[in-house]
Design a protein around this ligand. Structure first.
Ligand SMILES: [Zn+2]
Length: 239
């Protein structure tokens, strides 16, 4: 669930549901701190909701919202909050049907302290797979050669090749990146520590595919890059 303000005291909430896709509704009085709907209309919480919707109307009316899970860590961390925003935006832009489980699992992993770049990798791989757009990263598409030493991604054609078939414009992925891409769903990989180089290489390839196929222009993606840059400068200034 995500929310934006409406007037002084209300909100418009966007709920991604397991069976009914996306539902948008007005939550009257939800911005009053002690309002009945205040805690149930905070972004990224999982809620049980009662919504009245008139036939033919796009916006429903949220009358009850009980919090089932509150994403405690995401609520208190701007970086995680922006990443959760990027994932939600993507699901809403790409697939309203069937995105619930992937988004919920990803947000839970993010809140559970899993490295955010791994969560993004997990999420974008899942999304591309669900749309039938995930290339085979286990062998070179031309010679079936082993990719454990690294690979080249041909984004427009959705092909993965070994370094012998390198062409200008292909994106190189390092050995650690290929391993992460292939194994990111494993619990031991999600909970493990990984080299920055591998994480960055794997994520870059996944984002490259996602942006190409879905024509994504992510607001929080840009915000994240901008804010990350400022944070680095602030930390550099301190040291
Ligand atoms: Zn090859």
């Amino acid at each position: 669930m995500t929310a934006r303000p409406l007037g002084d005291t209300s909100k418009i909430v966007t709920l991604l549901t397991p069976q009914r896709g996306v539902i948008r509704a007005v939550a009257k009085g939800a911005r009053r701190p002690k309002g009945r709907l205040a805690s149930g209309t905070v972004a990224y919480r999982v809620i049980e909701a009662l919504i009245y919707q008139k036939e033919g109307r796009e916006l429903g009316h949220l009358s009850e919202a009980h919090v089932l899970w509150s994403a405690p860590r995401i609520g208190g961390n701007w970086r995680l909050f922006l990443i959760a925003g990027t994932l939600s935006e993507t699901v809403l832009a790409v697939t309203e049907e069937g995105g619930y489980n992937l988004l919920r699992t990803s947000v839970e992993l993010l809140d559970g302290g899993i490295e955010p770049r791994l969560v993004m990798l997990f999420f974008f791989k899942g999304l591309l797979k669900a749309q039938g757009l995930w290339p085979d990263f286990t062998g070179c598409v031309v010679c079936d050669g082993d990719l454990s030493g690294g690979a080249m991604l041909d984004t427009p054609d959705g092909r993965v090749l070994c370094s012998r078939h390198r062409r200008v414009g292909y994106l190189p992925i390092n050995a650690g990146g290929v391993r992460l891409i292939n194994e990111v769903e494993r619990r031991s990989v999600l909970k493990g520590r990984h080299a920055d180089g591998a994480l960055e290489s794997a994520l870059k390839a996944c984002l490259c595919l996602a942006k190409y196929h879905f024509d994504l222009r992510l607001r929080s993606d840009k915000l994240l890059a901008g804010a990350e840059h400022l944070l680095e400068r602030a930390e550099g200034g301190k040291g």
